[in-house]
Design a protein around this ligand. Structure first.
Ligand SMILES: Nc1ncnc2c1ncn2[C@@H]1O[C@H](COP(=O)(O)OP(=O)(O)OP(=O)(O)O)[C@@H](O)[C@H]1O
Length: 243
């Protein structure tokens, strides 16, 4: 069942491949609306692959992704290394592009867009950087601007791939606060994380990838270093299955 109040993103027996090589098999699960799910696993376990599959950038080998979040409310923040932010654009211009998925890229902005853009930059503490070119930002400033873009978009499904890599501690705190506020407003958030301290601070639920499969565990299990030994859990969400 898809589209009920509790979970607008579900994976059914999902298998994904990169360059014809199977990376993940039979991944099942529901991602709860309003929850932050940490996606963890060793390098090469398939975390980015799963994110690409959920975003529809990688067609399934088998199974399916069911997502009831409208396309214009889905946002994906790739790893910073994968981003080319050298093109000539200011922080404000980047944030404003968050309105494109729902408003269109060619219509121009009205004063409400600009007001909202200013609010978003203020919330992230980057108002003073509004006219700074992206190429002149630090890693943390850049990440705040990118999160600002997703706020401008009013993202209801947000996938973030290692959002705290190369980011200062203050920015980590600011971004965590904004992500929690987005989740409290009902957004479904999935975050690839490597740092267990960040996971403990941020995550409500945890999906572990390894050996080509996924399983659900809890923050407590991961914090206790037992994630590799837990049996699949439903995390209290009826119907969640794990491999
Ligand atoms: N574009 C690609 N072409 C071919 N193989 C790929 C491609 N992208 C990823 N892979 C392979 O797919 C597997 C899963 O990679 P993926 O990037 O999803 O892992 P990850 O868990 O995100 O790793 P990391 O923690 O290092 O970012 C790896 O074996 C990787 O080499």
């Amino acid at each position: 069942m898809v589209g009920d109040a509790s979970s607008r993103l579900r994976l059914h027996d999902l298998s994904l491949a990169q360059a014809k090589r199977t990376v993940l098999e039979q991944v099942d699960g529901r991602f709860r609306d309003g929850a932050i799910t940490a996606l963890i696993g060793a390098n090469g376990a398939g975390k980015s692959t799963l994110i690409q599959g959920i975003m529809g950038l990688l067609p399934p080998l088998a199974g399916k992704v069911e997502c009831a979040v409208p396309k214009e409310r889905r946002a994906w923040l790739p790893q910073q290394l994968a981003l080319d932010l050298t093109f000539p654009m200011s922080v404000e211009e980047l944030v404003m592009t968050g309105s494109w998925p729902s408003h269109g890229a060619l219509k121009g902005y009205c004063k409400n867009h600009y007001r909202k853009g200013r609010e978003v930059m203020s919330r992230l503490g980057i108002s003073h950087l509004a006219h700074r070119p992206l190429g002149e930002l630090s890693g943390g400033q850049r990440q705040r601007a990118l999160i600002g873009r997703t706020l401008m978009q009013e993202a209801e499904l947000l996938l973030l791939d290692e959002p705290f890599a190369n980011v200062d501690a203050e920015t980590v705190g600011v971004i965590m606060k904004v992500l929690r506020e987005m989740a409290d407003a009902g957004a479904t958030i999935i975050v690839v994380l490597h740092d267990m301290e960040q996971l403990s601070r941020l995550a409500d639920e945890v999906m572990v990838l390894g050996g080509g499969h996924a399983r659900w565990t809890t923050v407590e299990e991961v914090a206790g270093g037992r994630a590799d030994r837990v049996t699949p859990l439903s995390l209290g969400i009826p119907g969640v299955q794990a491999c």
